[in-house]
Design a protein around this ligand. Structure first.
Ligand code: NAD
Length: 448
């Protein structure tokens, strides 16, 4: 799943367009003296390129005895606010421009969420589905070994991304600690701190409570904060708002579940094979159980406490996006909302839980149609926020309860959303440009 926008347009060019938009807003509104104008321009020039690109080759002994060399990257975009932070993606379409764009967005996302972290990203060009478990482990360990000198709790803190997970983070952190212990005499209490080099780990390897559902829960907090602000403007009620969710993986399922528990009505969900539409509202937990049992979403029209084949109907992913709903939640792929379908979207609010679901052309159309697009770098920043909590817990040798994690997450998400909302009013821009402006202001301030 992913990479579609990569074929439509260069993702790094898209990222630079967003940087330019935010810069134009700042330039017009803020800069008074010639000196500060020049200073701002120089800092923006610096932000047009990553600080460091690490290009690695990873030799892996395959099960048949042959040696295969894989290509990997780690891009360290900007560390003005703290160590680089960002996931590692395993995908056949990984490219340097993709990793550069993703690392730029991580810098922006961490700044919006006001985390003491910069932005980075990693990737390996590989289809992990073609590897055996042993080959996958050797590749993961080889990558950790290859980048070991450039990462660390106060240098660069990787995490899972598409096709990587807590198990892979466990192999990587173990390998990293092994490399460090071979080179330096690391005491056992220091080894524990080195676990903070990777986040998104399983609990047994030092992971945090609440990480699994953090992106979805963070999305709920962001949405509730925005709706409260919109309601102050229009005096409408949130009660019984109708929602369609594209994607039913980690993020899609969790946001559907949290929204449903909070009283929203989820009328549609989908996965790569298609969607289901239940106009009276479906039960996400029951729908997931049904999908697990059947191996497919088809026929899982689960409302109340039963799944009933007569209640709903199958729909395509394209139809799901255009349903008559109040809130649309893209939570699967990049570039699903384009100039071709943007004008047909009926939702008045779009909560971007996926990374990059809306193309820049579609963004302009939606803005003109007064659709409130809650941008990805804000909407899905709950995941990296709890990753930052994991890093902090490892560094302090602490273990926070799920309640504590969720309470801190809520506070962070509400503060980030309010900053973006206020900036959108201050600069009369979309929430997306406002989010980039907020991030940029914080990064520029930290740059020396
Ligand atoms: P996932 O692999 O768990 O789930 C992806 C879902 O998308 C699955 O239900 C899959 O069937 C569906 N899908 C795949 N191809 C599709 C298609 N063509 N049409 C419709 N649905 C399709 O992934 P995830 O972790 O839930 O990530 C989803 C999105 O959220 C990605 O854009 C990811 O970058 C972003 N994101 C995830 C996190 C996180 O913490 N997991 C954090 C921030 C952003």
């Amino acid at each position: 799943m992913l990479g579609d926008y990569m074929s439509l347009q260069n993702p790094f060019e898209c990222a630079m367009k967003q940087l330019q938009n935010a810069y134009s807003v700042l330039k017009k509104s803020k800069v008074k003296s010639q000196k500060s104008k020049v200073e701002l321009q120089s800092k923006i020039e610096i932000l047009k390129q990553p600080q460091r690109i690490i290009n690695v080759t990873i030799p892996v002994k395959m099960d048949d005895g042959a040696l295969r060399i894989f290509q990997g990257y780690r891009v360290q975009y900007n560390n003005a606010r703290g160590p680089y932070k960002g996931g590692i993606r395993f995908h056949p379409q990984v490219s340097l421009d993709e990793v550069k764009a993703l690392s730029f967005w991580m810098a922006m996302k961490c700044a919006v969420a006001d985390l003491p972290l910069g932005g980075g990203k990693g990737g390996i060009i590989v289809d992990p589905k073609t590897l055996s478990a042993g080959e996958l482990e050797r590749l993961s360990r080889g990558y950790a070994r290859a980048i070991a000198d450039c990462i660390g709790p106060d240098r660069d803190v990787p995490a899972p991304d598409v096709n990587t997970n807590g198990i892979i983070m466990g192999w990587m952190v173990e390998e990293y600690i092994k490399v460090k212990s071979e080179k330096l005499k690391v005491k056992s209490e220091e080894k524990d701190k080195l676990r903070a080099t990777f986040t998104g780990k399983l609990m047994k390897d030092g992971g945090s409570e609440g990480r699994e559902e953090a992106t979805g829960l963070g999305g709920l907090y962001v949405l509730q904060t925005i709706l409260a602000k919109l309601n102050q403007q229009s005096a409408t009620s949130n009660q019984q708002l109708i929602v369609a969710v594209q994607g039913f993986g980690n993020v899609g399922y969790n946001i559907a579940k949290f929204l449903s528990d909070a009283g929203f009505t989820i009328v549609a969900v989908s996965d790569s094979k298609g969607g289901i539409y239940v106009p009276e509202g479906l039960n996400p937990a029951l729908t997931l159980d049904c999908k697990k049992k059947n191996g497919t979403l088809a026929g899982c029209y689960c409302s109340g406490s039963v799944c009933d084949l007569k209640r709903g109907k199958p729909i395509t992913n394209e139809e799901l996006l255009e349903l008559p709903v109040d809130i649309l939640v893209p939570a699967a792929l990049e570039s699903v909302i384009t100039k071709d379908n943007a004008a047909r979207i009926k939702a008045k609010v779009i909560l971007e839980m996926a990374n990059g679901p809306t193309t820049p052309e579609a963004d302009e159309i939606l803005f003109k149609c007064a659709v409130t697009v809650i941008p990805d770098i804000l909407a899905n920043s709950g995941g990296v926020t709890v990753s930052a909590f994991e890093w902090e817990q490892n560094l302090k040798s602490e273990h926070w309860s799920k309640e504590e994690v969720n309470r801190k997450l809520k506070k962070k998400m509400e503060a980030a959303t309010t900053s973006v909302w206020d900036a959108s009013l201050r600069f009369s821009t979309s929430l997306r440009t406002a989010a980039f402006v907020v991030a940029l202001e914080r990064i520029l301030q930290a740059m020396v």
